[in-house]
Design a binder for this molecule. Structure first.
Ligand code: THG
Length: 388
């Protein structure tokens, strides 16, 4: 039997200051994200999921790199990069910002953090936003400094996250509203603490900019959370897909426009803003959106079945295929232990995208009928009941 290949980890795969703790706490699998390693699984995808939905987890999300944009023209540059209006964003706010190029194609979808009138962090998903930002700044001769500071976010997620965070930071964390942040003292260091994070179970993110204090914080969260069954965790595929959190590079990428990616609700097309993608996106909205991210619900009864192999670069282009070959358009997929169905995203051309059903050819050659729906999934509307 041939041994399966392993990933050779060199210095180019950067590590966060919490890497050894994640491994000691049982991280089993990693992916590569922003040239760093990101854990994807601890005990198992499914048991991580149930735990996340019922307790509290500490996630090393140091891969969420900060692109710092600072200077008199900082807001001008950020506005150029996103079709969402940003000038009115207050200095204690986080805001979800689709970034798009002059064709309206999605470059990234960071959380923007406004630190000061002239200072932003873009907490980026997996693409090299910093190079694009530097190029735009240079080309337009903007007075800004663009760099990547040593900041490694830690996420505290789950229904008991607030209880745990209050034990460490005091009851004041309870006053932080969704997508707002406050500077909170921890052993004499001021950390940015936001109510945010890549799950729908509630929680916080601490932007760790001091390694020693951050590691002490990590350890203290585990000490003070023992009775809450705190565990190390990571963004969970099942939880985020069930709840419709899209992942750049998985569900959509630089080949797709902001509107095709289903992010039209997060942009300001009716406002006159100076943004690189504005004209292209307005024209697309007027013309009609040719394809879009949809959800698929497949009545596959047994646990994780691979739906299709997905070589990068292929795109579906037929009109309504009688039998959809997911090789060409599949995004993320997982088995939902709550709803006992397979769920996935796909990018489908119109008019197929607006249909309610299609036949899908699975990797093993069998064919099933899938429901097509919008994302986030509305399981009740689809007639899919939680089994637990
Ligand atoms: N936190 C931080 N940085 C990040 C992420 C994060 N960088 C990478 C990635 N995640 C960026 N993408 C997203 C996508 C969705 C959300 C956050 C970051 C999100 N969306 C909410 C939703 O869809 O319900 C709320 C959006 C809103 O209402 O504005 O939270 O998680 N630091």
């Amino acid at each position: 039997m041939t041994q399966s290949p392993y990933l050779a980890v060199s210095r180019r795969l950067r590590k966060s200051p919490f890497m050894s703790r994640a491994v000691a706490n049982g991280a089993k699998a990693f992916t590569v994200y922003n040239h760093m390693l990101l854990a994807t699984e601890f005990e198992s995808l499914e048991s991580d999921y149930w735990h996340l939905c019922s307790a509290v987890q500490v996630w090393d999300v140091g891969v969420e790199r900060q692109v710092s944009i600072k200077g008199p023209d900082a807001t001008e540059l950020v506005q150029w990069m996103t079709p969402r209006a940003v000038s009115g964003v207050a200095n204690d706010r986080c805001i979800y910002l689709p970034l798009a190029d002059e064709h309206g194609k999605l470059v990234n979808d960071p959380v923007g953090i406004r630190l000061a009138d002239d200072h932003w962090w873009l907490s980026v998903a997996d693409s090299d936003v910093i190079l694009w930002a530097k190029g735009l700044a240079r080309g337009a001769k903007l007075d800004v400094q663009v760099d990547e500071p040593d900041v490694w976010p830690l996420a505290i997620q789950g229904p008991l996250a607030e209880t745990l965070m209050a034990r460490v930071f005091g009851d004041a964390v309870k006053d932080i509203r969704f997508f707002r942040y406050q500077r909170m003292d921890y052993r004499g260091h001021s950390f940015i603490v936001a109510r945010s994070g890549w799950s729908k179970q509630g929680g916080f993110e601490v932007y760790v900019d001091d390694i020693a204090k951050g590691q002490a914080l990590y350890d203290e969260l585990f000490e003070l959370g023992r009775d809450l069954d705190v565990r190390a965790g990571c963004p969970n595929l099942i939880e985020r897909l069930e709840n419709g959190l899209l992942s750049y590079g998985n569900d959509m990428d630089g080949r797709h426009t902001v509107l095709e990616s289903g992010l039209g609700g997060f942009i300001s097309l009716d406002q006159d803003i100076d943004s690189l993608s504005h004209a292209a996106l307005r024209a697309e909205a007027q013309r009609g959106i040719a394809r879009k991210v949809v959800g698929l619900v497949l009545p596959v009864s047994d646990a994780p079945t691979p739906l299709a192999e997905q070589p990068f670069g292929s795109e579906v282009s037929e009109a309504i295929p009688r039998q959809l070959d997911l090789t060409h358009c599949l995004g993320s997929q997982c088995w939902s232990p709550r709803y006992k169905v397979q769920i996935a995203t796909a990018i489908l051309e119109e008019p197929l995208a607006s249909e309610t059903h299609c036949n899908v050819l699975l990797a093993d050659g069998t064919q099933v009928t899938a429901q097509i729906c919008s994302v986030p999934f509305n399981f009740e509307q689809l007639g899919v009941k939680a089994a637990v």
